[in-house]
Design a protein around this ligand. Sequence first.
Ligand code: NOJ
Length: 518
Amino acid sequence: MSVDDWWQRGVVYQIYPRSFADSNGDGVGDLAGIIEHLDHLETLGVDAIWLSPIYPSPMKDFGYDVSDYTGVHPLFGSLEDFDQLVAAAHARKLKVILDFVPNHTSDQHPWFRESRDPAAGGGPPNNWLSCFGGSGWQLDAQTGQYYYHAFLPEQPDLNWRNPEVVEAMLGVLRFWLDRGVDGFRVDVLWHLVKDEDFRDNPSNPAWRPGMDPYQALVPVQTTDRPEVQDIVARLRRLLDEYDERVLIGEIYLPVERLVKYYGVNLRGAQLPFNFQLVHAPWNAPQIARLIEEYEPSVAAKEWPNWVLGNHDQHRIASRVGAAQARVAAMLLLTLRGTPTLYYGDEIGMRDVDIPPGRVQDPVERNVPGLGLGRDPERTPMQWNAEAHAGFSTHEPWLPVAPDYREVNVAVQRDAAKSMLRLYVELIALRRGEAALEVGRFELMKTGDDVLAYVRRGRREESEFLIALNLGTEPRTLALAGGGTVALSTHLDRWLEPLAGEVRLRADEGVIVRLAARA
Ligand code: NOJ
């Protein structure tokens, strides 16, 4: 593996297609809308877009219930539109990554519909739960049999122990790879294989009423089974028949189990998503601790990655506040490893309160009131101050944020100190500097509130100190030698010379270009 692979140097940007841009005025985003806004992504400077599912689907889980793996839902457009998107993206040197949903189909997929032979009855085979509330077993009236669904009853799980399933799904990947797709983000990769003997999951002693009901059991029989590694390796072998394709795994596991998904001898996923920043308490010691745990767990030739948010998690600006969201952006784009941005985070979009009558997410409907619903982070992209934030000419499928007249791309494009300018500067600085893109990483010892680390290139490139104040009081960090400010989250202090110390204002992060040692 060379350090020059695009998915190592590059920045990935997640698009939730329903909410990015609606070109035909039906209130739901589409592929043509994405094509119309590629300029924004080019200006931002990202290298790849990952699209959440665009396939035909009854939309019970908004596309994660796929009824045809090799088509495009008419809401989003057509296969021709998709080909146009790939061509337009590639013309701008943007890679295109698709979401691949191999754990389950929709109950409207022909594979499920055709699989239902009548059989003898009986109770549910065991205690397995659904991540989306209630039992994971559904009695199918037509067959008298139960089937397992890790998510909605309308999302029956596939049986990856069946070689025909494996072959069919590899065929799906080939279909898209042959159309020029640059990789896949694989949905719930760690769920694909379940216990062959259908043993019960043990109960979780840490679970208390009021917590997510799925967590009442420890899912040892339904997730992260050893056999899944063969499947990951099989998917990777297929991608390696093509040039420069990437396999990204959605995996929520503790670090020591997560890193197994790199595979033996790097034959697994290039990027098993690292979601630690999504769940981290936002303070310097805790984040330092999780970096110290993750960094050495990633073996020499494996490549790290970092994520701040996605379509299943509350937005970073809501989790840590607007000021710290800027510090978080600097953290994401200067840690060692591939960063993935979530659409709208580049303008500081926040979670939106969804009135009861407008709830769309089945999780909120099934498990209400626990804050598990995902609509708040899926609201329409805020493009400008016009009606519906320039997302659509029609009332969108989810409400637009009330502050969209102030928080939008058009306003921030022209504002010298906006969040969007910060993202543009961060990505631009990173792109030109090998130390930031692929350099080594060294965490520094600091006092309260400050997280600091050095990035060093392998050769004679510049070295950088990144100092982040996660607190609301000014802090000072000692600096051996001197340097100049390459970037502050406040977008001032340009080229300010530093000697002996780095002063940080409240909620400020800086990237310091260190003076070359004599
Ligand atoms: C993970 C996806 O990110 C989420 O949105 C979806 O609901 C589940 N997998 C089921 O596919």
